[in-house]
Design a protein around this ligand. Structure first.
Ligand SMILES: NC(=O)c1ccc[n+]([C@@H]2O[C@H](COP(=O)([O-])OP(=O)(O)OC[C@H]3O[C@@H](n4cnc5c(N)ncnc54)[C@H](OP(=O)(O)O)[C@@H]3O)[C@@H](O)[C@H]2O)c1
Length: 248
């Protein structure tokens, strides 16, 4: 198959590209690093010719709802327009389990992305996944020495490699609408994950647990970001991921 990977230079995207190549697919990467600006659509012309599916794992890092909405709406509209012109017959996108539980921040953009895809012209598949194992590392590194904190939360983290494998499975299988959610093998305490990560990289100071504020904080602590009973479960646990860290 010929697959175009939007955001193929990012954390998830690099794994999707790797998995797709390993399975013998032809791959086109769409990102600013490869000359594509998804918000304006600049650089997209001609890049989707002959593609069987587009896998969108592009992203913006923000907690602001307006920034998130304008990124995911803009990128999704650009991709769907270019896909229609190029007669691409499958749009695959990655969103997040429990996105509706905190629609006043980053998740606002993910909800708009899902709505645009479901109401758009291209047959689609949307996969919602839980937080990646890297989420704990990202939260730890948001602080700086002496002021690292560990937000409390109930999460069921998954290996990003397994998310990438599943996205390629879904692209190969053809449009299926909203796919079953994908989650890690077991629930973890987010604050313990962050402390264990800090310990694994040699950080020896105290990392106090804090209660995260706002709707997102409530969604995290109340378990609303956990998968439902119909979710598919991945294999790698968080401790296994920590053990495999290069600097652990
Ligand atoms: N992290 C999690 O725990 C988690 C959990 C579930 C779902 N997800 C979803 O997974 C997806 C991927 O997240 P990620 O953390 O892997 O992303 P990421 O590492 O932040 O990568 C973002 C990608 O988007 C590209 N990009 C950003 N702005 C662009 C623009 N204006 N035009 C073209 N390309 C642009 C970047 O490439 P350039 O810089 O080269 O442009 C990069 O390839 C997101 O949709 C996120 O919601 C994440």
């Amino acid at each position: 198959m010929k697959l175009a990977i939007a955001g193929g230079t990012g954390l998830t995207g690099a794994h999707v590209v790797d998995v797709a190549y390993a399975r013998g697919h032809e791959v086109t990467v769409l990102s600013r690093a490869t000359g594509v600006e998804l918000l304006s659509g600049a650089g997209l012309a001609g890049r989707l010719d002959g593609a069987d599916a587009v896998i969108d794992v592009s992203n913006v890092t923000t907690a602001k709802p307006d920034v998130s909405v304008s990124f995911f709406a803009g990128a999704t509209k650009s991709l769907l327009t270019a896909e229609r012109r190029a007669r691409v017959s499958h749009h695959v996108a990655l969103t997040i389990v429990g996105a509706e539980a905190a629609p006043d921040g980053y998740y606002a953009g993910k909800l708009v992305q899902e709505r645009l895809i479901a109401g758009g012209p291209i047959p689609w598949t949307v996969l919602r996944a839980t937080q990646f194992h890297e989420f704990a590392a990202m939260l730890f590194h948001r602080g700086h020495v002496g002021v690292h904190t560990a937000p409390r939360g109930r999460v069921q983290p998954i290996a990003v490699r397994e998310v990438a494998e599943h996205l390629v499975d879904l692209a190969e299988a053809g449009p299926s609408g909203r796919a079953a959610d994908l989650a890690g093998p077991r629930e973890e305490s987010l604050s313990d994950m962050i402390r264990d990560y800090a310990h694994a990289i040699g950080y020896r100071r105290r990392v106090p647990a804090v209660t995260p504020p706002g709707a997102y904080g409530h969604a995290l602590t109340s378990g609303r970001l956990l998968p439902g009973p119909g979710a598919l479960l991945g294999r790698q646990t968080y401790p296994e991921w920590l053990d495999a860290l290069p600097d652990a």
